[in-house]
Every structure is written in C-alpha cells, then in structure tokens.
Ligand binder design. Structure first.
Ligand SMILES: NC(=O)c1ccc[n+]([C@@H]2O[C@H](COP(=O)([O-])OP(=O)(O)OC[C@H]3O[C@@H](n4cnc5c(N)ncnc54)[C@H](OP(=O)(O)O)[C@@H]3O)[C@@H](O)[C@H]2O)c1
Length: 203
C-alpha cells in the first residue's frame, strides 16, 4: 500500500519487508508460479495454545488486538480458514469496523475481503456465518472426492472450486486465488491449516 494515503485510523502501513515479499511472490515468471503474499494471524496464549484442549474457541486476546486483526482483515484481499475452524467457531470473518468497511468501499472493493475455506469433503454447513453474514465473495475449495450432493448445495451459497483429489491442494488454491485478483491473503487458522502452510505442504 505504499504511496496510498491512509485515512482509516487503525490501518498500519505495509512494512518494507512485506511489500518486497508481496511484489516478489508475483514476479517469479509464468502464471503457474504466481501466488498471493500469504501471512498467518494467530492468537496464542503465553504457553503456546490457540484453543482449549477440546478444540473449543476461547478468548485469548483483548479489544486492542481485535482492532489490530480487524485492520489486517480490511487490508487483505482474502481471508482463509480451514473447515475445522468453521465447524468449531462458526466465524463470520467480516470486517467489524464501520470506518474500515467504508474505507474499503471508497477503494471500490467489497466491504469484506473474499472469504475462503478449505473443505475437502464439503462439510461446511449451508448456514455457516461466513456464508450468510456481510457482503462480499465466498469461495469454498473442495477435493474431487467431495460428495456431489453436498457440493451442489454449497454452490448455491458460494463459488465452489474443485482443487485436489482427496484433499485440497493448497498450491493450486494459491494459483487460483491469484487468478481471481488476490494479492494479499490473511490466514486465520486453525492449527491444521497453519501447520500445512508452515511446512509448505500442498496437501
Ligand atoms: N487462536 C486463534 O487464533 C485461532 C484461530 C482459528 C482457529 N482456532 C482454533 O483452531 C481450532 C480449529 O483448528 P483445526 O486444526 O481443528 O482445523 P482447521 O485448521 O481450521 O481446519 C483443518 C481442516 O481443513 C481441511 N483441509 C483441507 N485441505 C487442507 C490442507 N491442504 N491442509 C490442511 N487442512 C486442510 C481439513 O479437513 P478436510 O480433510 O475435511 O478438508 C482439515 O481437517 C479450533 O479450536 C479453533 O478455535 C484458533
């Protein structure tokens, strides 16, 4: 976002390192190499936990951090989560601040970044909050083996992308997101997805 005047109070400027990575991630040559700049945001307790041991959501961060996360969402082109997080927490993944949603609108964007879920078996409930709350695009990445009937039901609520045979192939997903104009991708968990991305595993 260098060179862009920021009016919304909570937005921070992209660091030089982030800008460099974002530009380089799209400059590796052919279309097949292009992928968004990806970063993971995670709220973690001092002893390294991101949820309860039953994998239930628990309040780890406070108001100040919620605002920081909201600003990161507003600056991103898309938000990615795993289906485990959808099933456990049912997040809407919307931008909460009126000012930030307005700021996005002023730039000709949807109020919310594209919301993307990796869900190989199409287990996402049709009434999941991210499908029904807030304006903006939704994309559910499924695998070829996902039950056709569940895929069809989800197609009524979101774009469904078949990407991988048994499990969603993250590398292919990144390419597809790039093709849809996503240059900055914020990952919001959970643990399994973060681990796959951190290891550089495509599946
Ligand atoms: N503290 C935080 O910041 C934070 C943020 C988010 C979530 N959480 C917590 O994290 C927990 C949920 O995490 P989770 O590990 O159970 O689920 P997750 O990481 O949200 O989702 C994992 C699921 O995504 C699907 N998936 C599809 N393709 C994948 C791929 N290539 N790599 C990895 N996953 C893929 C898999 O299900 P299929 O095989 O069915 O596709 C997998 O089981 C909840 O307790 C939630 O509260 C914490």
């Amino acid at each position: 976002m260098s060179g862009v005047r920021l009016n919304a109070p909570m937005l921070r400027r992209e660091t030089a390192a982030e800008g460099k990575m974002r530009r380089e991630s799209g400059s590796l040559g052919g279309e097949e190499w292009k992928k968004p700049f990806v970063f993971i945001n995670v709220a973690m307790s001092a002893d390294g936990k991101i949820a309860t041991k039953e994998r239930r959501q628990t309040r780890i961060s406070g108001e100040e951090d919620f605002k920081r996360v909201d600003a990161l969402r507003a600056e991103s082109d898309a938000i990615l989560v795993g289906v485990g997080t959808v099933l456990a927490d049912n997040p809407s993944l919307t931008v909460k601040s009126d000012a930030l949603r307005k700021w996005r609108k002023m730039q000709g964007k949807d109020e919310n970044p594209m919301r993307v879920v990796v869900d190989s078996k199409a287990r996402t409930p049709e009434n999941a909050d991210f499908l029904v709350k807030g304006e903006g695009k939704r994309l559910i990445a499924v695998a070829e083996n996902a039950p056709a009937e569940r895929v069809e039901r989800l197609r009524r609520k979101a774009e469904v992308l078949v990407c991988g045979v048994e499990r969603v192939n993250l590398r292919s997903l990144m390419r597809e997101l790039w093709r849809r104009g996503v240059r900055k991708l914020m990952v919001e968990g959970g643990a399994t997805l973060n681990w796959s991305l951190t290891l550089g595993r495509s599946r």
